[in-house]
Structure formats: structure tokens, C-alpha cells
Design a protein around this ligand. Structure first.
Ligand code: ADP
Ligand code: MG
Length: 340
């Protein structure tokens, strides 16, 4: 479902012991698993006596719990129950889901509704939901009907109580839930005083501290091309998260027109512009995840303005004829070290 867009350059899981005598012996632990229709990867550096298996079980359980709250693929998840509930009926959410909904609404407002977690009916209509590619391009009437079921103005969150004003509203948190999952794993590590780690779910990544050899974690941002997997840039980001959104993996073509999986909620159509990828660096993976999608939906000009007003670390790659042109916001230049 989700392609891996950020590839850690440190895929070697070989464990080697610290050469420094007198220091507690450190090693790099690595494990991987499945969640949210994709894979997760966790690396951390710690002394050898940590029970890594018990920690992985805790992480797996936390991810299962998050899915049971926020997945639209689980028929009896908390989110699915909300989606099936009648309108105008206050629905009490778990604190986790309420936190994610609040952030989705905040980012939606900040981006002038470019990020819209109620866009599901349009996503399905354009063939990017569970029903896959449509036989024909939707008609204006179909688009208007689906659009009438969407809109952040149809949701009211009061503390942990969420109310929708329309039946048929479909809340889908998948554009920021992976980031939330990354933050949740990072928190489990930090709680155990593990402060040197890399956590990744389906391309959403967060790092802290250093690798075993003392070097910073290096993150590769992919070139936004469909035919191969190549590296555009290698960066290090301190203790932060990195998210990349792009239209170069999930799309289809019809009569030479590319239909992206990202919908502009203001028009009801897949985005049609020359931004090919948007990368955001932020302390929260959830926020980076949502903002990267929002920046991709906005025009390059509006994305740059938003990044400058809100001091967001943004790297945009824009297609200009056959060339890729990069824009780095002031906050990106400040927070990020370009390695290559
Ligand atoms: P990306 O990493 O490319 O941003 P995500 O997996 O985070 O992709 O989110 C993309 C998914 O979000 C789409 O497949 C669709 O289901 C949904 N989506 C599409 N357009 C929007 C939008 N404007 N706001 C929020 N979610 C959207
Ligand atoms: Mg996203």
C-alpha cells in the first residue's frame, strides 16, 4: 500500500562491540515487522543486557492497539465505529485517537484545507481507495456528490468528543497515522532511556542520537522518478522526523494524464501541478507526515509561503521541463545538514 520512500543508508544490521575498554559495551539492535499495511523498522543502540525481544513485543502490541483505534481497514476499529455511527451524535474517542484527530484538524486549518482527512469519498471515487482504479474518469456530478460528503467543517472535536454533521462522512487518518505510530515507538524507546535510535514505518522516519559508531543517522531522500530508485539527497536531521510525500509512486495514467493519489479537497480532483515531492523535517513524525502531504497538495508557491510563515523545514522538488528544481525553506537550511 505504501512505498518506502526514505531509505536508511545503514541497513547493515551487523552488530559489533564497542572497542573502548572501560565503557559499557554497546551494540546496535535491529528488528522489523508488519503494521498498517506496510513494514516497520527499528534500530537502537544500547548495552547488551536489554531484553530486545520483550521490547519488540511491546512495540508490536502498541502498533496493534493503534491500528485497532485508527485503521479504516478494521471493520470494528474505533474509527470505523465512528464512521458507521449516525451524524449529530457525540462520539467519545480514546485519548490517542482524539490527539491524532486534533492534529489533523490543526494541520487542515493551517494549510487552508489542503490536508483534509474527510476526503475519503473522493479518494474512493478516483480509484485510490479499497475499490481500486475506476473504469472511467468520474463525471462532474459524481465529483460534486462525493465532495458534498467531505469537508473539515463537518467535524467538531470538543476535548475527546467528536461529532459529525453529515451521514456518509468518512474520516480517514491514514495520511498521518503512520507518523503517529513512529512517534509512539520513539516514545517507548525514550521511556527506556534509549536515546540513540532510528524508527521507520512505511517511509515515515524519526531518528535520535547517533549510530553505534558515533555517526549521525543518514537519511536518503529518493529522486522523484518512477522508473528507478535513485537518491536525490542524503541528509542528517539531528533528533527529528522526516516525511516525504510524492506523486511519483501512487498514480495511474489515462490518455497521457497522470492521476495522483492525492486529491485537492478544494477542487475534488487529483492534484495537477509540477511539485513532484515534498519533504518535511519536524520533531513530531505525525506532524511531518501530515505537513508533507499538505505541501504536496498545495501549489509550490503556496507551499513555500506556508513554510516561511510557520517556520516549517521544507524541501520541495519541482519539475521544470525536464529538470528537477529544488526549493529549501529557511528552517530546512537551518535544521538539516546536507551530506551529499
Ligand atoms: P503521501 O505519503 O504520499 O503523502 P500518505 O500515505 O501519507 O501519502 O497519504 C495519502 C493518502 O491520503 C491517499 O492515498 C488518500 O487516501 C489520502 N488523501 C488523498 N488526498 C488527501 C488530502 N488532500 N488530505 C488528506 N488525505 C488525503
Ligand atoms: Mg503523509
Amino acid at each position: 500500500m505504501v512505498s518506502l520512500r526514505l531509505v536508511s543508508l545503514v541497513l547493515i544490521s551487523a552488530v559489533w562491540l564497542s572497542a573502548c575498554s572501560g565503557q559499557p559495551q554497546q551494540k546496535e539492535h535491529y528488528f522489523t515487522g508488519q503494521t498498517m499495511g506496510t513494514t516497520y523498522n527499528v534500530k537502537f543502540v544500547s548495552s547488551q543486557d536489554i531484553d530486545a525481544l520483550a521490547l519488540q513485543q511491546k512495540i508490536d502490541q502498541r502498533l496493534i492497539d493503534i491500528n485497532q483505534m485508527m485503521s479504516t481497514y478494521i471493520a470494528d476499529s474505533e474509527l470505523s465505529m465512528f464512521n458507521q455511527a449516525p451524524s449529530l451524535t457525540p462520539f467519545t474517542l480514546s485519548p490517542d485517537t482524539a490527539f491524532v484527530v486534533a492534529e489533523a484538524l490543526r494541520l487542515g486549518k493551517m494549510s487552508g484545507n489542503a490536508l483534509d482527512v474527510t476526503v475519503g469519498p473522493l479518494v474512493n471515487l478516483w480509484g485510490f481507495g479499497p475499490t481500486k482504479r475506476p473504469e472511467t474518469i468520474p463525471s462532474d456530478t459524481q465529483i460534486a456528490t462525493a465532495k458534498a460528503l467531505s469537508g473539515l467543517d463537518k467535524l467538531v472535536l470538543d476535548g475527546v468528543v467528536l461529532t459529525k454533521s453529515t451521514d456518509g462522512l468518512y474520516l480517514d487518518l491514514s495520511t498521518i497515522a503512520k507518523g503517529y505510530g513512529v512517534d509512539a515507538i520513539a516514545e517507548l524507546l525514550i521511556d527506556r532511556k534509549l536515546n540513540n535510535f532510528l524508527v521507520e514505518i512505511g517511509g515515515e522516519m524519526r531518528v535520535a542520537g547517533t549510530k553505534l559508531n558515533g555517526e549521525t543517522w543518514r537519511i536518503a531522500i529518493e529522486k522523484p522518478v518512477t522508473e528507478s530508485r535513485a537518491v536525490q539527497k542524503i541528509i542528517s536531521v539531528g533528533d527529528n522526523a522526516v516525511a516525504t510525500s510524492g506523486d511519483y509512486r501512487n498514480y495511474y495514467e489515462d490518455d497521457g494524464i497522470r492521476y495522483s493519489h492525492l486529491i485537492d479537497p478544494n477542487t475534488g480532483y487529483p492534484i495537477q501541478h509540477n511539485t513532484v515531492s515534498a519533504t518535511v523535517v519536524h520533531s513530531s513524525s505525525m506532524t511531518a507526515d501530515g505537513l508533507a502531504t499538505a505541501m504536496m497538495v498545495l501549489s509550490a508557491k503556496d507551499a513555500q509561503a506556508l513554510a516561511e510563515i510557520h517556520d516549517i523545514a521544507l524541501l520541495l522538488i519541482v519539475k521544470d521541463d525536464d529538470k528537477f528544481v529544488e526549493y529549501q525553506s529557511p528552517a530546512f537550511t537551518q535544521m538539516v545538514t546536507i551530506i551529499n
